[in-house]
Write a protein that binds this ligand. Sequence first.
Ligand code: HEC
Length: 126
Amino acid sequence: MRPNKLNTRLAVVALAVAAAFVLFSQSAMAKKRALPAPALLSQTVELPAGDDVFPDRPGAETADRNCLSCHSVDMVLNQPALPRETWAGEIEKMRSVYKAAVDPGDIDAILDYLTAIRGESRRSWR
Ligand code: HEC
């Protein structure tokens, strides 16, 4: 079959596009090579101080063990003073909604602890 003029033109255009692409990518690579090496600098980042564990008091270790695997202690300490029942609901929410693996035998100790540090009658223990 004899190639018609349209096919020939298409072939020429395709070749031109391919050549332009090769030239362009080569010049882009040449430009990249010409860039100066980036300077590597050591950075110092000052993170805000935070509490790693619950403030020391009977029950603190139990709370540490059960309540710090998913979020920091600040998630708890930044809450307002709450009634005991609200804290009980909070622990239950952690267990049922977020599937926190709280040892059932630890719940009372945690509840006593949370009520002691953030119970409604003690507005700011720290
Ligand atoms: C399995 C993971 C997990 C564990 C373990 C866990 N929490 Fe949470 N907690 C969450 C998630 C998820 C949120 C919601 C975070 C958010 O909204 O950004 C949350 C939020 C909270 C809040 C903020 C108020 C709210 O209801 O969102 C408090 C208070 C809290 N947790 C207390 C506790 C206490 C007390 C314990 C231990 C008994 C505990 N958490 C253990 C996952 C967990």
